[in-house]
Design a binder for this molecule. Structure first.
Ligand SMILES: [Zn+2]
Length: 284
């Protein structure tokens, strides 16, 4: 698992009795509310709305909720993603789940078809309209992420890019939302073409990661450069260039899928090609 997956020690349950030792994931907007000691609140210690039973984590009941009103004394809120390393990986995994379910309730109070207040369906995590029967589900937005490489061994280069919103000096793999009716593969090829103007081959699925900021599912691919000159997409890509694996810039933190793709590519380059495919078939 990574710090954004549901951990194996978590068991989902839609009905739970709030116990005194229950752990609460409480959100003030997109900010999580922690005690002043930066731990998760236990027991119903805060004024709450939109309570969602989540299940158990290592046998302890866990709930999600929205904060009702202001953050009381003894507690503080901060953006969820600021808590990697403060909360455990397992707690972060459940926190991402909790954040998405609370946000789902907040943004789906009424039926989008007939405006009747929605109710819990009683199955899955969906909500249903009692008047017209429309059922809605928590949103998961698929994102195709592509790390492009060329060359072999220690001479391997990675195509990394940066968006205007990135931390100064940081570069990452390319990524974009999948559009309706696209396959993941089509989305990957389109994003690469749009964002940097090059073509790729040998697209290979590597790994996936839920990214609850706010509700993405990142699907990571490895790809080989096929041809074309880098042309950054105006407004989206501030800079894109080839970096030797031995001289990488600042890259995303280890808990991100982008970093895991980069680490895999570096490992492949420096410790021997995994599949000997450093050169694209159509350029060999
Ligand atoms: Zn309806």
């Amino acid at each position: 698992m990574s710090a954004t997956d549901l951990p194996d020690s978590f068991v989902s349950a839609r009905t739970l009795t709030p116990a005194a030792d229950a752990v609460w994931f409480v959100f003030d907007g997109h900010r999580i509310v922690l005690t002043d000691d930066r731990t998760l609140p236990t027991g119903p210690a805060l004024p709450m709305v939109d309570v969602v039973p989540l299940g158990t984590l290592d046998g302890t009941p866990v709930f999600a909720a929205g904060l009702d009103g202001d953050v009381p004394a003894g507690f503080a809120s901060n953006p969820l993603r600021a808590n990697f390393g403060t909360l455990s990986d397992a707690q972060m995994g459940v926190a991402g789940y909790a954040a998405q379910l609370v946000d789902f309730i907040r943004t789906h109070r009424y039926c989008g078809r007939c405006a009747t207040p929605l109710l819990e369906s009683g199955h899955e995590r969906s909500r249903t309209c009692p008047k017209c029967g429309l059922t809605v589900y928590p949103r998961v937005a698929p994102v195709a992420m592509v790390l492009i490489r060329r060359g072999e061994g220690a001479a391997t280069e990675l195509l990394l890019a940066r968006g205007p919103q990135f931390a100064p000096g940081m570069y990452s793999a390319l990524a974009g939302f999948v559009e309706p009716s696209e396959t993941l593969e089509q989305a990957a090829h389109r994003e690469v073409r749009e964002e940097v103007g090059v073509t790729i081959t040998g697209l290979t699925y590597a790994l996936s990661q839920p990214w609850p900021f706010p509700h993405s599912l990142m699907m990571g691919f490895d790809a080989l450069y096929a041809g074309g000159k880098i042309v950054p997409q105006p407004g989206e890509i501030e800079d894109a260039r080839w970096f030797p694996v031995t001289e990488l810039p600042l890259v995303p933190p280890p808990f991100s899928i982008a970093r895991q793709l980069i680490d895999l590519a570096v490992e492949r380059a420096l410790n021997g090609a995994v599949d000997g495919s450093g050169t694209p078939p159509d350029m060999a």
